[in-house]
Design a protein around this ligand. Structure first.
Ligand code: NAD
Ligand code: USQ
Length: 393
């Protein structure tokens, strides 16, 4: 298939580009490299020494014999570049990763809130409008988040996107319907993903755009079989307080002797997926698109759930790291249950990679190898959810 990957220089996008290219798909990456510029803003760098895009692509050609195209532009702003690219390439699918993805970054200041909303909604709306204007039947595969549902399910299994409901009529009958699961975002970033859902629903209803929305859990790990082929293909690895996600952060913290930063009690339960499964799920999604006229297809792209405190215990038991319960900078429930349906991708053939000590140790080996690149001052989370004096909580 011919595939455009928006955001193909990022943590999920780069290994996905390699995986799809290795599987014989014709891949073109679009990226404005804003994630690399954000590292400059935050004065941090990926734990792993990622190479510039031209090196990445040349090395991939060298080791695989395959070419990946690259276009450097802003998807949210350069609408006509995007439209011409779609018209020229006539892709079967566009995989859309090109959004600001860190909840703490989105809550740092009013500028970060406005940037996250403008960038994420601008990119999604621009893509959908360009597909409609091109007149082509292009399948959009979007990376959404489990966070659109909120995390407090009170014993209910979170369905894949849609909730069956009954609406009582004045005549005393019940009308059965299905609606998007009620959105309950916990950050400005997560809010943009709930709004993306409405954009998809509208363009799907009005213009019959075919969309798959993948509500992904927290991705952990760093390498895939393709990024391991050569050191210069290595994937990025964020450990800082804004972009680092919890399990990868704990593994790096253990590697450098920094007490594991559990927010509050650590009773928060979240959904997880290994990066190797992310790339497989994307391939399953692009090769199993919805039929013309079908509603937006939603899959919960996660393989397991864990409590943050249990992850800290696991990493500590493997490494001897200390655990520190720090004050939670976020405005979130201290503990929650999380039960999630993920039948869709399993039915399509996903064979989940689950958390086990071997994999944690593998990531730990990368963390140890590059531990001299860790800036300890960048580990604490300094983005506070409650910035107004007297705000609740
Ligand atoms: P990332 O920040 O590493 O990658 C995003 C890429 O998109 C970057 O290379 C960035 O430069 C690019 N980009 C952003 N805005 C752009 C724009 N306007 N124009 C062109 N390029 C732009 O993030 P990631 O971890 O790879 O996440 C990718 C997607 O997956 C995001 O949408 C995120 O919400 C979703 N997701 C990620 C995780 C996770 O744990 N990393 C979990 C669930 C969902
Ligand atoms: N946490 C800690 N200690 C830390 C870092 C985080 O206890 O050092 C806690 C947080 O308070 C939160 C949980 O761990 O309760 C998860 O935080 P995270 O930073 O790992 O993940 P999150 O902010 O939810 O965001 C990440 C990705 C985002 C994606 C989301 C999927 O950055 O792009 O959408 O995971 S999900 O969590 O399922 O919504």
């Amino acid at each position: 298939m011919k595939v455009i990957i928006l955001g193909g220089d990022g943590f999920c996008g780069w290994p996905t580009a390699l995986h799809l290219s290795a599987a014989g798909h014709e891949v073109t990456i679009v990226d404005n490299l804003v994630r690399r510029k954000t590292d400059v803003e935050l004065e941090v760098r990926s734990l792993t020494p990622i190479q510039p895009m031209s090196t990445r692509l040349a090395v991939w050609k060298e080791v695989s014999g395959r070419t990946i195209g690259f276009e450097y532009f802003d998807v949210a702003e350069n609408y006509h570049r995007l439209l011409s690219l779609i018209e020229d390439l006539r892709p079967d699918a566009v995989v859309h990763f090109a959004e600001q993805r860190a909840a703490p970054y989105s809550m740092k200041s009013s500028w970060h809130k406005r940037y996250t909303v403008t960038n994420n909604l601008g990119a999604t709306n621009g893509l959908l409008a360009a597909i409609v204007e091109s007149g082509l039947d292009v399948h959009v595969v979007h990376l959404g988040t489990m966070g659109v549902y909120g995390y407090g399910t009170a014993g209910v299994k979170i369905p894949e996107g849609y909730l069956k409901i009954k609406i009582p009529t004045p005549e005393g009958e019940d009308i059965e319907s299905e609606i998007l699961y009620p959105p309950n975002p916990g950050s400005i970033y997560h809010l943009t993903k709930t709004q993306d859902q409405l954009l998809f629903a509208f363009y799907n209803k009005n213009d019959r755009v075919r969309v798959t929305d993948l509500h992904q859990g927290i991705v952990w790990g760093t390498q895939t079989p393709q990024t391991e082929l050569d050191d210069r293909l290595i994937n990025r690895f964020d450990y800082d307080g804004d972009y680092g996600t919890v399990l990868n952060r704990f593994i790096v913290q253990a590697a450098v002797g920094y007490p594991l930063t559990v927010h509050g009690s650590g009773g928060q339960t979240r959904a997880f997926i290994h990066i190797r499964d992310t790339v497989r799920c994307i391939e399953l999604a692009i090769t199993n698109g919805p039929a013309p006229g079908e509603r937006v297809q939603v899959f919960n792209q996660m393989t397991e759930t864990h409590r943050v405190a249990d992850l800290a215990e696991l990493v500590s038991s493997l490494t001897g790291a200390e655990i520190s319960h720090v004050e939670n900078p976020r405005n979130e429930a201290d503990s929650n249950e999380l039960i999630v349906a993920n039948d869709g991708l399993l039915r399509l053939g996903l064979d989940p990679t689950t958390l086990e000590s071997g994999l944690v140790e593998e990531v730990g080996a990368i963390a140890k190898r590059f531990s001299d690149r860790v800036d300890h001052t960048k580990i604490p989370c300094r983005s506070l959810w409650r910035q107004r004096p007297g705000s609740p909580g």
